[in-house]
Design a binder for this molecule. Sequence first.
Ligand code: NAD
Ligand code: MG
Length: 390
Amino acid sequence: MSLPQRLVILGSTGSIGTSTLDVVARHPHRFAVHALTANRNVDKLFRQCQAFRPALAIMGEAQAAAQLHARLRAAKLRTQVSSGVDALCEAARSGECDTVVAAIVGAAGLLPTFTAAQAGKKILLANKEALVMSGALFMRAVRTSAAVLLPVDSEHNAIFQCLPRASGSNLGVERLILTASGGPFRTRPVATLDDVTPDQACAHPNWAMGRKISVDAATMINKGLEVIEAHWLFDMPAERIDVLIHPQSIIHSMVVYSDQSVLAQLGNPDMRTPIAHALAYPERIASGVTPLNLAQIATLTFELPDMARFPCLHLACEVIRDGGGASVILNAANEVAVEAFLAGRIRFTAIERVIGETLQRVPVVEAQCIEDVLEMDRRARVLAHEAIRR
Ligand code: NAD
Ligand code: MG
């Protein structure tokens, strides 16, 4: 029997991290957990360490790491504890790691995910913001190091499964169709969007996700980020990537071939399917997901997105047309605006204004290295905070 695949799960306490560990627990001989990481949730990381016995646990800050260390020692667990982004990068490039699950949310995941790409690891990519920020540099690092990049984002995982030999080759591919649920506000009167609360924005009709991506789904900027993600992952011009609203979230995306064959991947909306696919690729393993019952679902519907209802999606589409560096600014401004909305400091409808103003004020630089990306991200955050204060 082959040796277990050794995993570093970046962001193990989040929605994707938890789903990953759920799949891993079903296959104890296939996977060994080398490292688990969390930003602040000591309780949850402690419980995960009890269950999965990793060699290493990493927290966002030293104080949280000290708390975790004390609890692990009291429980007589030998897991080593460290903290900070350097420790995350070290784990991502470690010789003890075969596969990095990139499931930190937002720009915070960029450096460790990029490090895994440089180190030639197998990368299960959930952290789309990393690729949105650094697309060209990231894909170059993957090619240079011969890393294996497998998409976990359900749409991209679906497309990967529908591509020729799932190899990333675009032979005969005419278009990609990214499906989108339309989020919780697809049919709500636009005039009432001013007053929606963070909890309403996070109440996604089909998927249970972290709060940041849930707000992104409600504004539909998530789909704009995903078009950029698909552009880099599949080397496909953005003009050949369509967005189609499909409220049932059963078809996770499609590939249109030049003979007009359209291949789709279907399944219940549960991230354990793309996670299990990527973990075991090219094999198939049980995921714990409920079998799809199409007779019971009966109806699948489709519609085009209304750009007046979803101005953030419109902004993202413009950024895609401008290409390259502007997506760093879009992403940074969105992260700052979503955080402010979740904290009750701005209205839902102000997210778009913060992004729009920041895009106008930060000069776009074509990044030559990852430091250029981080610098543009930092500048955009400063101006997004200013836009919020105004
Ligand atoms: P989440 O908020 O549930 O979890 C985020 C994880 O990142 C947590 O473990 C948290 O501790 C960690 N983290 C947050 N900030 C950090 C920081 N500054 N430093 C270190 N660690 C930090 O988010 P999620 O829903 O699991 O999403 C994770 C990523 O996957 C996002 O990029 C999201 O866009 C993507 N994604 C999620 C889903 C989903 O169904 N949840 C689907 C597709 C893609
Ligand atoms: Mg997605």
